[in-house]
Design a protein around this ligand. Sequence first.
Ligand code: AMP
Ligand code: MG
Length: 379
Amino acid sequence: MEKFVTIERAIEIARQTTPQINVESIPIEECFHRILAEDLPSKVDDPAFDNSAMDGWAVRSEDTTRIEVGQTSAGDKAGRIGPGEAIRIMTGAPIPEGADAIVMVEDGLQGEARPHFIRRQGENLRRGEVALSKGQLMTPAAISLAATMGYNTLPVRTKLRVAVISTGDELVQPGAELNPGEIYESNSYGLCALLEKIGCEPILHDIVQDSLDGLRETLNGCDCDLIITSGGVSMGERDFVRKLMEEEGHLHFWKVAMRPGGPPLFGTWKGTPLFGLPGNPVSSHLVFQLIVAPWIAPEINLFKSVQVRMLDSVKGAPNKVCFRRIEISNENGQLVARTNTHQGSGNIHSIVAHNGLTILPPNTDAKVGEHIEALWFNQ
Ligand code: AMP
Ligand code: MG
C-alpha cells in the first residue's frame, strides 16, 4: 500500500487493476454518452457528390448571360448544362455536369458566379478516413458524424456497472425532514450523473450508517464491476471505509497530494475494485473527475489544459496541488480567471458557479496578474 501519492501515481496504481470492460454493438440511437471501442473509418465520401451549398442557379462561370433551362432539388440525379445555360438549383442538389459555380438566388440569374458555393465530393471526409477514434465519447455531434459515415450500429464499450454508496450517520435523502445535525445526502447523485456521462451504469445504493458491520454487509451485497463510496476515508474514529479496507480489504493507495480531496483510497474488496472518495461534496466530485474517470476511460478529457492570468489572488496548499475553482473567460484574446464563491470543499456551488480549476503546485499561491496552469471543464 502506498500512502500520500501524486494524482498521476494514484491513477497508475489504480490502473494496475483493470476495469472489466468488453465490446458490444448497439444501435446508433442508443449511443449517447457511450465510449467507442474501435476506430471508425468512414464508409463513404462526405459529401458523397458535388452539390450546391445554396439555393440559386448552377452556372458556367465563363458565361456572361444565362437562360434558365431546368430545375433540380436535393435527391435528384445530376443534370447537364451547355454554354449560356443555367439550372435552378436547391441546396443539396447535385451539380449538373458542365456547371462550375453557383449564383445565389438573392443575386438574380445574371448575378455573380461563385465557385465556392459548390460543396465538393469528399471535402469533409474521404471514404476510409478515421474520423472517430477508439475511446471517443459519443457526444451528440459524434453520433451525427457516425451516421454521416454510414453507421447504424456502433461498437462501444460495455457499460461498467458501478455501485455508488454514501456513508454517514448524518445523511438523509433530499426532500425528507431534517433533524438537528442531519444534512441532505448529495454526493451520490452527482457521482451517478458523472458515471452516466462517461458511459457507465450507476447502481445507487441506500445510505450506509457509520458502522463496520453495516458497511461490510453492503459491500458484500454489491453485484457490480466497481464500487464507489463517499465519506469515511479520513483519520476520524468513525471513518469506517478506510478501517474496513485496511483490515479486511486490499488497500493499494490511501491519500493523494491534492486539495480539495486529500484522503481518497483505492483497493479491492473481494476482488472488486473500490474507490473510497472523501465525503466533502467538492472533494468527491473532483476526485472522481481527476482520478476515477481517467481510470475508467483514460481517453476521455473532462478538462482542457490552459494558461490563465489571474484577476483574483488564490491561496495554494502546503505539500499538495491545489484546485481552486475559477471562472475562465476570454478578455481581449487572453484567458483570464476570477473566483466568485466561497472555496470550501463543502461548497458544491463553487463547482457550478465556475468553469475551471487552478493547478497550483504544492506550496504556491497565485497573485493577481500571475499566469498559471489551469483546467477548463469540457462541460
Ligand atoms: P467524511 O469524509 O465522512 O468525514 O465527511 C466529510 C464531510 O462531508 C462531512 O461534513 C460530511 O457531513 C459530508 N458528507 C459526507 N458524505 C456526504 C454526502 N453523501 N453528501 C453530502 N455531504 C456529505
Ligand atoms: Mg462521515
